[in-house]
Design a protein around this ligand. Structure first.
Ligand code: PSV
Ligand code: MN
Length: 422
């Protein structure tokens, strides 16, 4: 995609955009809110793209690739580079090992630099067996009863850290599909103890300025128990492991109706929230487009994040999308997800925080609700578009992507490929 294409697209939309922007700036001005501050914060907000979201997946019953999917790490970087060029908010890629092992780290690093991309957290994978593996994860990895299997999984995680170090990553994300399928199969206490010991071995390999992000998830299809089923267990492990270990919240990793915003608030109060995997879901870990089903919940989560970032000493957070695409063009979907995240972030920033504090103090429930809904019902799309425009990106990224026939171009270039990564 050339910058010229983006610029001429912007020219076509600038008039409507400007009048939308004037309207919202005026509205916020009347409330004493500085729109420029919101726009600046939006510009700084970068959401990492996981390498596995660039291709189709996400179904237990087969994949339906639409073509032009990236087949190599270089192509994955190029795809994220394209997203970043369009929205100026996807400035990092998160790699999944063993699929994204850099053969020449320096070359990969300079390619990423060309696209202005950083390397976000590296992700290990011990939830499936690789062809050349000596030990099997059929009965778990870091929790396994046999030391040989645990050691293989520990060594893999250490190797992932080493790859990440070469590229400039600063975090390891650990997600475990360890658990049991039937009652009686596993000793809950021992499985957790072994997992802690394995994690602590991996932790000892972390460089000084790295973090270990521990994900949790309540179930997998066919599971009776997970070793790290919830945020409490993740928090317990992270607390015991040390300062560099933190809990990672993946929006899809909760039972339906869990109050995720409250989880966020408590973890931040404890200074133990490490990062976020954004997606949306109806029933389980659906990995759907962020904000496509529950935008109000996303907004409430962002309210806690914004408030927590202002009011607690929680360490800086890592932001990432964790999605899977089956019926959409993955790149279009990622553009939609980033947009939804930025909208929720913008809305959370325009909440009347002082008014809310007072309403809470007075137990004025109606006012508290009004204040939150006032922000949620404000159309902040022009602020998000303006932050893109100011950085030379597109007013409407999906529109440019489509009008430039980007997918067709990728298919011409790569053929009917299917990406790797999960
Ligand atoms: C599986 O649920 C999963 O999507 C986790 O959320 C991890 O973040 C990801 O795979 C990659 O390991
Ligand atoms: Mn995740």
């Amino acid at each position: 995609m050339t910058n010229k294409i983006i610029a001429s697209h912007n020219d076509g939309l600038i008039k409507t955009h400007q009048s939308d922007l004037d309207f919202i700036i005026n509205k916020l001005n009347q409330k004493g809110i500085d729109s420029n501050q919101v726009i600046d914060n939006l510009a700084k907000f970068q959401v990492a793209i996981p390498s596995w979201a660039l291709g189709t997946g996400g179904t237990r019953f087969g994949r339906f690739p639409g073509g032009g999917e990236p087949g190599t790490l270089e192509e994955k970087i190029k795809d994220v580079g394209l997203l970043h060029q369009l929205n100026a908010s996807s400035g990092a890629i998160s790699l999944h090992i063993p699929w994204d092992i850099p053969e020449n780290a320096n070359q990969i690093k300079s390619l990423a630099e060309e696209f202005n991309l950083k390397f976000d957290a590296v992700n290990s994978n011990t939830f499936q067996d690789q062809a050349d593996a000596n030990q099997s994860y059929k009965f778990g990895s870091l929790c396994h009863t046999k030391a040989e299997v645990r050691n293989q999984a520990i060594a893999h995680n250490k190797e992932v850290i080493d790859y990440g170090k070469e590229l400039g990553s600063k975090a390891l994300t650990v997600w475990l599909a360890d658990g049991s399928t039937f009652p009686g199969q596993s000793n809950f206490r021992e499985a957790l103890r072994r997992t802690y010991n394995s994690l602590s071995d991996i932790y000892s390999h972390l460089p000084e300025d790295w973090k270990m992000l521990v994900e949790y998830k309540p179930y997998e299809p066919n599971f009776y128990s997970m070793v790290i089923p919830d945020w409490g267990t993740s928090h317990l492990l992270a607390s015991k492991l040390g300062e560099k270990a933190l809990t990672l919240v993946d929006l899809g990793h909760h039972l339906p109706n869990t109050n995720i915003e409250q989880v966020v608030a408590i973890l931040m109060m404890q200074e133990k929230l490490g990062g976020f995997h954004f997606n949306d879901s109806k029933y389980g870990d659906d990995d759907l487009t962020v904000g496509s089903l529950k935008p109000y919940q996303l907004f409430l989560i962002f309210c806690e994040l914004v408030d927590g970032m202002n009011q607690t000493a929680n360490p800086e957070l890592g932001w990432m999308i964790d999605a899977s695409h089956n019926v959409k063009d993955p790149l279009e979907d990622l553009l939609q997800s980033v947009e939804a995240i930025l909208l929720a972030y913008a809305q959370a920033q325009i909440v009347d925080w002082e008014g809310l504090r007072q309403a809470r103090e007075e137990n004025d429930v109606v006012s508290a609700q009004e204040i939150l809904q006032e922000a949620f019902r404000t159309d902040v799309r022009a602020l998000v578009a303006q932050s893109r425009l100011q950085q030379g990106a597109a007013i409407d990224p999906v529109k440019v992507y489509r009008s430039a026939e980007t997918r067709k171009e990728l298919i011409n270039l790569r053929g009917y490929t299917q990406s790797t990564g999960l």
